[in-house]
Design a protein around this ligand. Structure first.
Ligand SMILES: [Zn+2]
Ligand SMILES: [Zn+2]
Length: 153
C-alpha cells in the first residue's frame, strides 16, 4: 500500500538586498580599500579581529542584483586599513614547539632522539628498546637531547 506522498515544499528564503546587514558588492565592483580574507593573506595581513564590513557576492548573484547573497561561495570583505600584519611565531614559541617535538620523539630509556614521533603513549619507549634491537643510525640524531618532562606511562 503506497502512502500518498507529501509534497515537500521548498522554502526559498531570500532577503532583498536592502535588508541585508552588510552592504554587498559584486566581484567587479568592490570599492577601494576593501579586500577578502584571502587577499589580505596574500598581502601578509590578517583582519586582526575586526568584523567584515561588506559581503562579496558570488558569481551566481551577478545575474540577480536585487537579492542578497546567501550562497556559500560568497566572501566577506575587510577593511585593509584595519588589517594587521600577520603574527609570526616568536622565538619562544618556536622553542616551545621544538621542546614539544623533542619530548615526543625522544625515548626516555635510551635517550635517543628519533626523526619521528615515538609510540610513547602506548609503548612508552622506542621500538628498539621495546623489542631489544639496535636501531639503524639514520633514524635518530646522535646527540641525545635532555627531556625535562617525561610523559606518564
Ligand atoms: Zn550569491
Ligand atoms: Zn629507546
Amino acid at each position: 500500500m503506497a502512502r500518498p506522498r507529501k509534497r515537500r515544499r521548498v522554502e526559498v528564503r531570500r532577503v532583498p538586498r536592502s535588508d541585508g546587514h552588510l552592504p554587498e558588492y559584486d566581484r567587479s565592483a568592490v570599492p577601494e580599500g576593501l579586500a577578502t580574507r584571502r587577499q589580505l593573506r596574500e598581502m601578509g595581513l590578517s583582519p586582526g579581529g575586526h568584523d567584515p564590513v561588506a559581503v562579496l557576492r558570488c558569481k551566481l548573484c551577478a545575474t540577480r542584483p536585487q537579492w542578497s547573497c546567501g550562497h556559500p561561495t560568497r566572501g566577506f570583505l575587510f577593511r585593509v586599513d584595519l588589517a594587521r600584519p600577520k603574527r609570526t611565531p616568536t622565538l619562544a614559541q618556536e622553542w616551545a614547539l621544538d621542546r614539544a617535538m623533542a619530548a615526543r620523539s625522544t625515548c626516555p630509556r635510551c635517550r635517543r632522539r628519533y626523526h619521528f614521533c615515538l609510540p610513547l603513549r602506548t609503548q612508552g619507549v622506542c621500538d628498539p628498546c621495546d623489542k631489544g634491537y639496535e636501531p639503524s643510525p639514520d633514524t635518530y640524531t646522535h646527540s641525545p637531547v635532555p627531556v625535562d618532562h617525561r610523559l606518564a606511562a
